[in-house]
Design a protein around this ligand. Structure first.
Ligand code: SF4
Length: 364
């Protein structure tokens, strides 16, 4: 009570500040780790919305990816040692326990390990089987996405995993990046020729799995903005055609603006390219919009995460078209697959004089 006998209104500033901090620490801006934690803890997990689903992303903490693509620094975050099956299973138990009050709304799970979850040299098959059976016990889950290079897709293994979780359908999430063989081989150093990718795609089809493929906008730092957009459109066309040919009816494109991963070999090339600029977010949005307009049977999701691996200047944040307001439109597009309101976006566009170089924005 105060002097006038009435009850003081609670000053909820500190509560709001606490919640804001929790929101930043555990929501969409939750930071990605720079190195692997103890073996019984995952690298990362986040419950998020994805194309209308409540998707639980779990990045398991396992032995690092056996590849070293020139544009990717993910393996550097993971351990060189094989993590025992029991410890990996404990990682999933930890995630499910942390999320216990929200388990009943999860209808999709994405399993990753910053590499290939189907590569038994990095993640033991027994651990994966136990985790998939556990996901099967989460009764609303209808889809599991396995992130992997396609060379590790074996239809018989996927069939066994499906038996462990009969209600779910299976999706394969893979980094395709670009259809351009020169860029794949010489710039990205993926060590995955198109022929190898297509063999893997045959196995995706044989397993009756869905496909989600990462496509990069401007994967070669020497590309102009226009070349980057044209090349991404060609890549999407290739994937749509090859999936249709194999009757893979469920194709999702994860369209990512290329970022300059700090300390990567790709970054060295970018640094020695005089006119290098990261892609413009509005260009990425236009490519995404054109794809959903042209191919009505595919979904496109604009992914903006830099996985904690980029400096500000090496991302779309540094370009003159960027405003934090664009993120809202990207999120709406991702959820509804509807056209962007370009008139409004033009009005909100920053003047060149408003742009003071790189700024930190929300990464989704
Ligand atoms: S891009 Fe994929 S395959 Fe290549 S190093 Fe990174 S995680 Fe491994």
């Amino acid at each position: 009570m105060n002097e006038s006998g009435t009850k003081d209104l609670p000053t909820d500033r500190s509560l709001a500040a606490d919640i804001a901090q929790l929101y930043d620490s555990f929501g969409q801006r939750k930071p990605m780790p720079y190195s692997s934690p103890e073996p019984t803890r995952p690298l990362f997990f986040l419950l998020r919305t994805f194309l209308g689903d409540n998707d639980l992303l779990v990045i398991l903490n396992t032995k690092r990816c056996r590849y070293q693509c020139a544009f990717c620094r993910l393996p550097a975050k993971s351990t060189k040692l094989f993590v025992p099956n029991e410890a990996v299973v404990d990682q999933f138990r930890f995630v499910a326990t942390e999320l216990r009050h929200s388990l009943s709304i999860v209808n999709r799970v994405t399993l990753s390990n910053e590499g290939s979850v189907l590569d038994e040299q990095t993640l033991g098959g027994a651990a994966l089987g136990e985790i998939v059976a556990a996901i099967g016990a989460m009764r609303r889950v209808r889809r599991i996405e396995f992130e992997t290079r396609l060379e590790f897709v074996r239809p018989e293994v996927l069939r066994q995993l499906k038996e462990a979780a009969p209600r779910v359908s299976i999706g394969i999430l893979t980094g395709f990046e670009t259809v351009d063989e020169r860029i794949r081989d010489k710039v990205l150093k993926k060590r995955e020729p198109l022929s190898m990718f297509l063999e893997g795609l045959d196995n995706v089809a044989a397993a009756r799995a869905a496909l989600t493929a990462y496509v990069l906008v401007k994967p070669d730092p020497r590309m102009s903005d226009e070349e980057g957009c044209d090349e991404a459109a060609r890549t999407i066309n290739f994937l749509a055609t090859e999936c249709r040919r194999r009757r893979i009816s469920d194709l999702t494109i994860r369209l990512n603006p290329m970022y300059r991963a700090v300390d990567s070999r790709w970054a060295e090339v970018a640094d020695s390219t005089s006119n290098y600029e990261p892609p413009r977010l509005t260009d990425v949005m236009r490519v995404a919009e054109e794809a959903v307009t042209e191919y009505r049977d595919i979904k496109v999701y604009v992914g903006l995460s830099t996985e904690g691996l980029a400096s500000k200047a090496g991302t779309y944040l540094a370009r003159e078209d960027y405003t934090a307001g664009l993120i809202k439109y990207v999120k709406e597009f991702n959820d509804r697959q509807k056209k962007f309101p370009w008139d409004r976006i033009e009005v909100e566009r920053p003047l060149a004089s408003d742009h003071h170089g790189a700024v930190q924005g929300t990464l989704i």
